[in-house]
Design a protein around this ligand. Structure first.
Ligand code: NAX
Length: 329
């Protein structure tokens, strides 16, 4: 079988880190051939074309074809998986409303182009920020495509949270599970350890023995560390997260297509679960079953956790209102 994958912003940094891993089979496995469509704006075409030459030189056995274009109709033609990475970054003096408007101007038309050109079962993953609201805008513009097919990447946040926990617990990261991210992919996100396990056992007791006052540690150390990890990477590396973001994108799509054994996190459309207003694209604990994300329901949330979820969801509501006020939703 061959899967057609469209990557927007393919000439950018995350695009460069993603393309070679997809071509190597890291996302869909060693038996699935891939056809790549790299969608850029005119200024990014040279970088995308250069990446296409390097893909050729990688002599990847699974890579059937690479096409570079700045035409969304061509870029999304027949695509099964759309990775929407390209976005407008916040420039100097840009207000939040300006940022939302600039991105609505990208993700609205891309949603429409997906509806008009993609394969009927297309699955869309939005990486470009503000990811949740960009996904909402794309979904709203994609007539005829169920909104369940539009997701926002919060897997990087979850991976960061699991890695931080593993480090504190002195455990392998693979042994730390059930650390969902709730809400927005932003500083308000809520990485939730209340159901977390290490080697199948609750982490709460192990944490208490190490950090003492667990609520204080969560509030003042763990959550800020996870939520501000992007800024930490910029400070240390001198440039934003790239390979880890690409890796999380691979994790998200692989799990969506091939299923999960346990929970993970994804920004998916709310149908009112946990009181999150219907239609918002919010991060939830999810599992992937038969190619579809399912929100894990029935989890207990403490009063403190509830307030954290509500605060992040309130930010998503504000973003939706701001885009509506601009007449772009
Ligand atoms: P770069 O600036 O390196 O690349 C972005 C690329 O997108 C550029 O080549 C640009 O020409 C292209 N582009 C812009 N508008 C486009 C359009 N309308 N159609 C097609 N291509 C377009 O940024 P990079 O470091 O690759 O980051 C990409 C996005 O990921 C940013 O919005 C960034 O904020 C976001 N991130 C999201 C993360 C997440 O977890 N959801 C984490 C990493 C990252 O911060």
């Amino acid at each position: 079988m061959t899967t057609t994958i469209t990557i927007t912003g393919a000439g950018g940094q995350i695009g460069y880190a993603l393309l070679f891993r997809i071509a190597a089979g890291d996302m869909l496995g060693p038996d699935e051939k891939v056809r790549l469509r790299l969608l850029e704006i005119p200024q990014g075409l040279g970088a995308a074309e250069g990446a296409a030459l390097e893909l050729q030189d990688g002599a990847f056995g699974l890579l059937e074809h690479v096409e570079v274009t700045d035409d969304p109709a061509v870029g999304f033609e027949g695509c099964d998986l759309a990775l929407l990475v390209g976005a407008r970054p916040r420039g100097p003096g840009m207000e939040r409303a300006d940022l939302l408007a600039a991105n609505a101007g990208i993700f609205g038309p891309q949603g429409a182009a997906i509806a008009a050109n993609a394969a009927s079962g297309v699955r869309v993953t939005v990486v470009g920020n503000p990811a949740n609201t960009n996904a909402l805008i794309a979904a709203a513009s994609a007539d005829g495509v169920p909104s369940e097919r539009f997701t926002a990447l919060t897997r990087l946040d979850e991976n960061r949270a699991r890695a931080q926990l593993a480090q504190v617990l002195g455990a392998r990261v693979g042994s730390v599970q059930r650390v969902p991210i709730w809400g927005n992919h932003s500083a308000t996100q809520f990485p939730d350890v209340s159901h977390a396990t290490v080697d199948g056992r609750p982490v709460s007791e192990a944490l208490a023995a190490i950090v003492g006052d667990v609520p204080e540690w969560l509030e003042n150390t763990f959550i800020p560390r996870v939520a501000k990890r992007g800024a930490e990477i910029i400070e240390v590396r001198g440039s934003s997260s790239v390979a880890s973001a690409a890796s999380a994108t691979i994790d998200h799509v692989r799990d969506w297509v091939r299923g999960t054994e346990d929970w993970t996190s994804a920004g998916v459309v709310s149908r009112g679960e946990y009181g999150v207003p219907e239609g918002l694209i919010s991060s939830f604990p999810v599992r992937s079953v038969a190619g579809e994300w399912q929100i894990v329901e029935g989890l207990e949330l403490s009063e403190w956790a509830r307030a954290r979820v509500d605060a992040s969801v309130a930010e998503l509501v504000e973003e939706r209102e701001a885009v509506r006020a601009l007449g772009m939703l």
